[in-house]
Design a protein around this ligand. Structure first.
Ligand code: SAH
Ligand code: SF4
Ligand code: F3S
Length: 439
């Protein structure tokens, strides 16, 4: 029996992979611990999407080197997107010999065998696959919450946005069979799960890689019939593939949440073309208008990259303009980060850091103003909130989310966690709402 601790960097895909690693280890009788100092098995599940994710990981590796000196028996494993890069493996192998096991995103199901191999041979084990073979079904998943769960519906990405490393670290797009997904969600619901978040890099192209034709809207319609399940979320939607049928399903199926995460990346059609996003500013605006018309209560959130190579002041102002026109409920904003292998990294017209930072400040100012205005629309309204836990700073309050993904804080106690309750909104802040429970 080993005591294990998993640290996860990056997106929900990685979170879900970590839940699978944890599920496998628990099934083998190993015990999760909160404090890595108590652990004799440590797994770092890495992200590579921006340079600072890489830096953070290498910083932590140094910390674990010192920890291993006090606990030489500790087995240190590294996996995830960074390990799909040749250069990272070389660096770990040459400069971080205290790492015991390296595996990748395509073979997490092999981890128990790799661990046995390492314990037997007492040497560094490296096993990383270049691309994903068939999807391995039925791995145990150790869900963090009993009432909400991530469900990966597809793996990989075929879009090759010119800045993005994900297609290189996650391989080609592969969809899971509809029946497997439904079985998983039915089992979750039977165990009391109320909300699922369906995960994929581009959920709108779900089914394209399946032998039996299937679409994302069909999948949603089928899942909406699962008894006991109350909410279905999904991310991420690529604007180029969002169908009218999907908008109809969001509008008609009560369980499908009125929230679309629709990364725009830039408001300049020139930049969008160079990013290989396959839509223009105008097409994006039309899409947002159509969604808002069909689903008036919808929340639209987005991702924006500042300082893509060649981004001029005019391009940036178009992003500000789009930001105002779309009234995003929330925007995740990123400074462009050069990723090896990607076409954009080859460009010579990189934007200087100080300009990137200055543009980011201006973008955030507009963003905060809009988010606050969007939140103020909730004042006096009664909303349904799935309570997720006690508030971080006040044990007499609880926090949870509306179907539009708004964070709501209100007086409550532990017994409400996992319940859907009605809350009247009394105050609106930039990133959250306050309220009082009415039922
Ligand atoms: N598949 C999703 C995004 C996954 S990555 C989609 O296409 O919408 C999450 C976000 O990270 C992206 O939307 C993008 O805004 C950001 N991102 C990806 N590569 C980046 C890079 N090289 N520099 C800065 N941000 C990046
Ligand atoms: Fe990256 Fe584009 Fe694929 Fe999203 S759609 S993961 S941004 S390549
Ligand atoms: Fe990071 Fe990999 Fe997700 S690069 S954002 S963990 S797909």
């Amino acid at each position: 029996m080993m005591k294990f601790k998993i640290t996860t960097y990056g997106c929900q895909m990685n979170e879900n992979d970590s839940e699978k690693i944890s599920g496998m280890l628990k099934n083998l009788g190993h015990l999760p611990v909160v404090d890595e100092k108590e652990a004799d098995l440590v797994i770092l599940n890495t992200c590579s999407v921006r340079e600072n994710a890489n830096d953070k990981f290498f910083g932590h590796l140094g910390y674990f080197k010192r920890l291993k000196e006090t606990n030489p028996k500790m087995v240190l494993c590294v996996c995830g997107c960074m390990m799909q890069q040749e250069s990272v493996i070389m660096e770990v192998k040459s400069r971080h010999r205290h790492v015991d096991i390296i595996f990748g995103t395509h073979n997490i199901h092999e981890f128990p065998q790799l661990l046995d191999q390492h314990l037997e041979k007492e040497e560094m084990i490296v096993d990383v696959w270049k691309d994903g073979a068939d999807i391995v079904e039925n791995l145990p998943v150790d869900h963090r919450y009993p009432f909400k769960a991530y469900v990966s519906i597809m793996h990989g990405c075929n879009n090759f946005c010119s800045y993005c490393i994900v297609p290189y670290t996650r391989g080609r797009e592969r969809s899971r069979k509809m029946e497997s997904i439904i079985l998983e969600v039915e089992a979750l619901a039977a165990n009391g799960c109320k909300e699922v978040t369906l995960l994929g890099q581009n959920v709108n192209s779900y089914g394209d890689s399946l032998e039996e034709p299937a679409t994302f809207s069909e999948l949603l319609t089928r899942l909406a019939n699962v008894e006991g399940l109350e909410r279905i979320r999904f991310m991420t939607s690529h604007p180029k593939d969002l169908s009218d049928d999907l908008i109809r399903v969001i509008a008609e199926e009560k369980k499908v949440c009125n929230h679309v995460h629709l990364p725009v990346q830039s408001g300049s059609s020139k930049v969008l073309r160079e990013m290989n996003r396959k839509y223009t500013k105008e097409q994006y605006l039309q899409l947002v208008e159509k969604i808002r018309k069909e689903v008036p209560e919808v929340a639209i959130t987005t991702d924006i990259i500042i300082g893509f190579p060649g981004e001029t002041e005019d391009d940036f102002e178009e992003t500000l303009d789009l930001m105002r026109l779309c009234s995003f409920d929330l925007a995740f904003t990123f400074l462009y980060s050069t990723r090896e292998l990607t076409p954009a990294s080859q460009r010579e017209d990189q934007v200087p850091d100080d300009i990137k930072h200055q543009r980011m400040d201006r973008l955030l100012e507009v963003h905060h103003e809009i988010s606050r205005a969007q939140n103020e629309k909730y004042l006096g309204k009664i909303v349904e909130v799935l309570v997720e836990g006690l508030s971080k700073n006040n044990p007499d309050r609880v926090s949870g989310r509306t179907e539009t993904a708004k964070l709501v804080n209100f007086p409550g106690d532990e017994s409400m966690v996992g319940q859907i309750v009605k809350v009247k909104i009394t105050d609106a802040k930039t990133f959250s709402l306050d309220g009082t429970i009415i039922e």
